[in-house]
Write a protein that binds this ligand. Structure first.
Ligand SMILES: [Zn+2]
Ligand SMILES: [Zn+2]
Length: 214
């Protein structure tokens, strides 16, 4: 069984997740949003004090609040950044996005090192994360499903009682609605949803109470 540590980083209150196997100590870092030395120390301190062995960074999409820490994590642990190939345009705009939102950016617009495709299984210790394509908020948006644990990490596609904005470049409300209804709402009811911002929820509650999907 995987364990999970959540951090809230940067001015956008972005959720960064460390998902790890306590037996093998392998971990992945989902959306490292650490944007200053204090936040980096918080993240690295957790990883190091638990003697975790980072395997890769996974970006759910290419918005700056989710990738601003990629370069620092990559540098510290010498690991790859993995994402869907369609995030390319957003990654290439990352310096511009950082300037626009007043966030530091020291990664020189580096593109992801490794492509993730729909249905791909990422091993984390003795458990797995399955890649589910959920575009609409951004191109190349993915969710990550931990079947054994009953968790899904949805990035900015689905939030507790809300959904991602679709007014950024590459956004589409219809596409997001389809992603959520056809790819996320088919997961078991009691699947716990961990979003890119805000508190967690369940698939069951969002099917019943999310007013944005009509
Ligand atoms: Zn976003
Ligand atoms: Zn976000």
């Amino acid at each position: 069984m995987l364990k999970l540590e959540q951090f809230v980083f940067n001015p956008f209150a972005e959720n960064t997740y460390v998902v790890y196997d306590d037996n093998t100590k392998e971990c992945v870092i989902i959306d490292p949003g650490c944007s200053d030395a204090g936040e980096e120390n918080e993240l690295f301190g957790f990883i190091d004090s638990h003697r975790l062995k980072p395997q890769m960074v996974i970006s759910t999409h290419g918005h700056i609040d989710h990738i601003v820490g990629n370069a620092a994590v990559k540098k510290r642990y010498g690991i790859n950044v993995a994402a869907h190939p369609n995030v390319k345009n957003d990654f290439l705009r990352s310096r511009q996005q950082a300037a626009m939102f007043g966030l530091p950016f020291n990664g020189d617009c580096e593109l992801p090192d490794r492509d993730l495709e729909d249905g791909e299984i990422i091993e984390v210790g003795e458990s797995t994360l399955e890649v589910i394509c959920t575009p609409g908020h951004a191109q190349g948006s993915i969710s990550l499903y931990a079947e054994i644990e009953g968790w899904v990490f949805t990035g900015d596609a689905l939030f507790c009682r809300s959904i991602g904005r679709t007014d950024f470049p590459g956004g589409s409300f219809e596409q997001l609605r389809t992603s959520i209804k056809e790819r996320l709402f088919c997961l078991p009811d009691d699947t716990e949803v961990f979003s890119g911002h805000g508190e967690s929820t369940t698939i069951f509650d969002e099917q019943r109470f999310n007013m944005f999907l009509g």
